[in-house]
Design a protein around this ligand. Structure first.
Ligand code: SF4
Ligand code: SF4
Length: 171
């Protein structure tokens, strides 16, 4: 994708995350090293999101589903040497995405409906195999429980009113 920097919103960071520390981010990637969602598909790369906000890449950021992969562990907050508070940045981006487009449905909700969780567990599964540990019993491997879980979710307005988005794609 070609990015038009001339069209970028220079004040986007103020709209999203009015925190001067954001400009101290020097792209070191420490926030990614401890982030469990950095193994996701697509991976959550906090430093990239910080750069997108600083550069004012509004369109690209609106289309980015990765902030919704964050599992709120706050490791990045502990690790960031520049006190950018990456987790706060993630929350601010989510809020901004939702406020900018009232029809926006967070991709994490679709993932939760389809498979019962937001993060793929492939890395953990391989590691468990190597260590000889029993297979992980995720909800997606228990069809009856997944069915009950979906029925429960279908009672919430955000899902029942947009049910076409949640069909198919079982994993
Ligand atoms: S750890 Fe902090 S300074 Fe380093 S890339 Fe992440 S947000 Fe930027
Ligand atoms: S709080 Fe979110 S972004 Fe930060 S390390 Fe945890 S999962 Fe990653």
């Amino acid at each position: 994708m070609e990015i038009d920097f001339n069209a970028s919103n220079k004040n986007l960071w103020k709209e999203i995350y009015d925190n001067e520390n954001l400009h101290h981010c020097y792209n070191c990637g420490t926030c990614i090293t401890g982030c469990p969602a950095s193994h996701g598909n697509p991976p959550l790369l906090v430093r990239n999101l910080a750069r997108m906000v600083i550069l004012g890449l509004e369109e690209e950021l609106l289309d980015d589903p990765t902030p919704w992969s964050c599992v709120s562990c706050t490791r990045c907050e502990e690790m960031c040497p520049m006190d950018v508070k990456p987790f706060e940045l993630i929350l601010a981006i989510r809020k901004w995405q939702s406020a900018t487009d009232p029809t926006y449905i967070p991709p994490a909700i679709v993932d939760i409906y389809r498979r019962g969780y937001t993060q793929p567990v492939g890395v953990n599964t391989e590691l468990r195999d190597k260590l000889g540990l029993p297979e992980l019993q995720t909800i997606s491997k228990q069809p009856e429980k997944l069915k009950q879980f979906r029925e429960m979710l279908m009672k919430t307005p955000v899902i029942s009113e947009n049910d076409y988005m949640f069909m198919g794609g079982d994993e």
